[in-house]
Design a protein around this ligand. Structure first.
Ligand SMILES: [Fe+2]
Length: 190
């Protein structure tokens, strides 16, 4: 039982998380190594070629469409490599936010030219999330906005955030592709 004000302050300081220190989100630079990024880029590229076909007449790729995003090069939920990274990254994220978490879901998108992300909050069961830039080809870094604040992620960088609480989105993409991996977790209440 925490009683006095100074004790409460001490308790709060001891139990504060990295996310408390910076507000709603925090970047972990080089969250994944270059090896993991390269494997994921090759793998997701091959995956997209496997399913997406080239239209000889219009000389364009037939892509996947999401109403709130636009024409994607690819989007996949429960992909086995992404699911493996969901398990692999759990410990690192858990120690970073100083909370016990369990995996809930993973997916990834390969954004194409003019893709955007409408302002939204995530499903309530996605309590703690990481959005990780796995690589891109664009004239400049494409920020995600968390509560109107731009956040710039280079390849390998992760944003750890509470996506079900705080609104986020992206303005239209000016590059040719960007791979973004999403890892979602739920907090374990002891
Ligand atoms: Fe989201």
């Amino acid at each position: 039982m925490v009683t006095s004000k100074s004790m409460q302050e001490k308790y709060r300081r001891r139990h504060r998380t990295k996310v408390d220190e910076v507000g709603r989100g925090h970047i972990i630079k080089n969250f994944f190594s270059e090896d993991i990024l390269e494997i994921f880029r090759e793998y997701s590229h091959m995956n997209s070629l496997k399913d997406n076909s080239y239209n000889e007449f219009s000389r364009t790729w037939i892509t996947k469409f999401e109403k709130n995003v636009g024409h994607l090069i690819d989007v996949r939920a429960k992909d086995m490599l992404a699911e493996s990274l969901l398990l692999f990254a759990r410990k690192k994220i858990s120690s970073f936010i100083n909370k016990d978490i369990v995996p809930v879901a993973s997916f990834y998108r390969i954004y194409g030219p003019d893709c955007k992300l409408d302002w939204h909050t995530d499903l309530t069961e996605y309590e703690w999330s990481a959005t990780i830039c796995m690589g891109y080809d664009a004239p400049e870094c494409w920020p995600i906005y968390l509560e109107k604040k731009p956040i710039y992620l280079e390849a390998g960088d992760a944003l750890i955030y509470e996506g079900s609480k705080y609104e986020h989105g992206r303005f239209p993409f000016k590059g040719s592709w960007q791979i973004q991996l999403f890892l979602h977790y739920r907090e374990v209440i002891k």
